[in-house]
Write a protein that binds this ligand. Structure first.
Ligand code: NDP
Length: 444
């Protein structure tokens, strides 16, 4: 049995109840086979694959808080510190009822390679809770965040572990979390990113993941002799990533005709109205039915369905495993030329393979959505030097980082005879840097 197969079997036995984590590990280990085979003796002796698939440590804790009726509530909090070979742990906090250890581990594992691809000194981690901010009052969200941070603060710090936003954790939640950290520790430091602009946040961080995704699409198409201007895009999600992806796509001359949330989706042949979408989702925190009600050109459909709409480019920006094999078949049949993942692991393994086998350019989330964490690292730099950079400065750095990531993953794929396989390219390029650092630092 090869070393990769040995470790895959071991990971499956040890984490049998965590399918998302297994899916992420399988995707990475399968695609780095050529690198491992070229260094098998050394990696095996140093247990590189066993170490890289086992988090450095993981915390699980009770989060008790009181709701508006005076009733005590209990949620579970998590922080997984996966690997800090190349820098302090860095990764968001997800607040969603589906959160359990397997989701946080999959996201933390992905984050290790993504952070490596940014070229910046950040390790990988992730955290969150099964708390659902939807339908809660601001006071309830604050009570939850204060209780969550009262435990989490023990494990994080500006040079230790720097959490950020993710699904369900936006500017409001980051503000409450930061306030509590400061209150307990008396430290005014860059311990969280995604902060508000009045207390250490970076310009362009809000936009960064969506904008970065489109900079990646632009470079991908350019290197294949195509132009993004004039292309039709379908987008899923209606949160932070989706909104700013749509905004940047429109600025670059493309047209996004769909978006979705957890109950339904919009088809708007005139192009999604970003200002209206922001009003509905960021201000009112309402359903997409309100978007349709205010926009005569839009159709609202219950359930899922964005991938059935004819497009040139598909941008999944909602959640994991939202683009399935039948969706991949519909995209190919409709002439889609590129799928770039704004969300983490939105495409299932079989759907990914189908898209690749049918000539669709496919860029995985760990490369395509790395602009968010890269800009978080830029926020950390600004906090360290107690300075703030202009929007244009941060945006230009973000653009350059995304262009570099594209060429880095393209080169890595070519080096191993897998030209055009950006999944392999991203995993290989991300892995190589982390392994180099792990080998240099000895067995730990
Ligand atoms: P938000 O919470 O802002 O938005 C998530 C969107 O996806 C919402 O429209 C939500 O619908 C929808 N959604 C969430 N869960 C489901 C589900 N189970 N089924 C269908 N729709 C769902 O999150 P973000 O935009 O920040 O994150 C989206 C994705 O991007 C995630 O995979 C995240 O990990 C990834 N990501 C985010 C980064 C960031 O900087 N924010 C950075 C890199 C990756 P509803 O409105 O109904 O809640």
């Amino acid at each position: 049995m090869s070393y990769v197969d040995e470790v895959l079997a071991r990971v499956k036995t040890k984490n049998a109840a965590e399918p998302e984590f297994l899916q992420a590990v399988e995707e990475v280990l399968e695609s780095i086979r050529p690198v491992v085979e070229a260094n098998e003796e050394l990696y095996k002796k140093e247990a590189i694959l066993e170490r890289i698939t086992e988090p450095d440590r993981q915390f699980k804790f009770r989060v008790a808080w009181v709701d508006d009726n005076g009733q005590a509530q209990v949620n579970t909090g998590y922080r997984v510190q996966f690997n800090n070979a190349i820098g302090p742990y860095k990764g968001g906090l997800r607040l969603h009822p589906s959160v359990y250890l397997g989701i946080i581990k999959f996201l933390g594992f992905e984050q290790v390679f993504k952070n490596s691809l940014t070229g910046l000194p950040i390790g990988g981690g992730k955290g969150g809770s099964d708390f659902d901010p939807k339908g809660k009052s601001d006071r309830e969200v604050m009570a939850f965040c204060q209780s969550f941070m009262t435990e989490l603060y023990k494990y994080i710090g500006a040079d230790v572990d720097v959490p950020a936003g993710d699904i369900g954790t936006g500017a409001r939640e980051i503000g409450y979390l930061y306030g509590q950290y400061k209150r307990i520790t008396r430290l005014y430091e860059g311990v969280l990113t995604g902060k508000g602009l009045t207390y250490g946040g970076s310009l362009a961080r809000t936009e960064a993941t969506g904008y970065g995704l489109l900079y990646m699409v632009e470079e991908l198409l350019k290197s294949h002799g195509q132009d993004i201007a004039g292309k039709t895009c379908v987008v899923s999600g209606a949160g932070n990533v989706a909104i700013y992806a749509i905004q940047k796509a429109h600025q670059l001359g493309a047209k996004c005709v769909t978006c979705s949330d957890s109950t339904g989706w919009i088809y708007d042949p005139e192009g999604i109205d970003v200002d209206l979408l922001k009003e509905v989702k960021e201000v009112k925190r309402a359903r997409l039915t309100e978007y349709a009600a205010a926009r005569p050109s839009a159709e609202y459909h219950e359930g899922r369905g964005v991938w059935s709409v004819k497009c040139d480019i598909a941008l999944p920006c909602a959640t994991q495993n939202e683009l399935l094999i039948d969706d991949a078949k519909a995209l190919v049949a409709n002439g889609c030329i590129a799928v770039c993942e704004g969300a983490n692991m939105p495409t299932t393994l079989d759907a990914t393979q189908y898209l690749q086998q049918n000539g669709v350019y496919f860029v995985p989330g760990k490369a395509a959505n790395a602009g968010g964490v890269a800009t978080s690292a830029l926020e950390m730099s600004q906090n360290s030097e107690r300075l703030s950079w202009t929007f244009e400065e941060v945006d230009a750095k973000l653009n350059q980082i995304m262009v570099n990531i594209y060429h880095n993953i393209d080169d890595a794929a070519k080096r191993y005879g897998k030209e055009g396989d950006y999944v392999a390219g991203a995993n290989i390029a991300g892995f190589e840097k982390v392994v180099d650092a792990m080998l240099a630092q000895g067995v730990c």
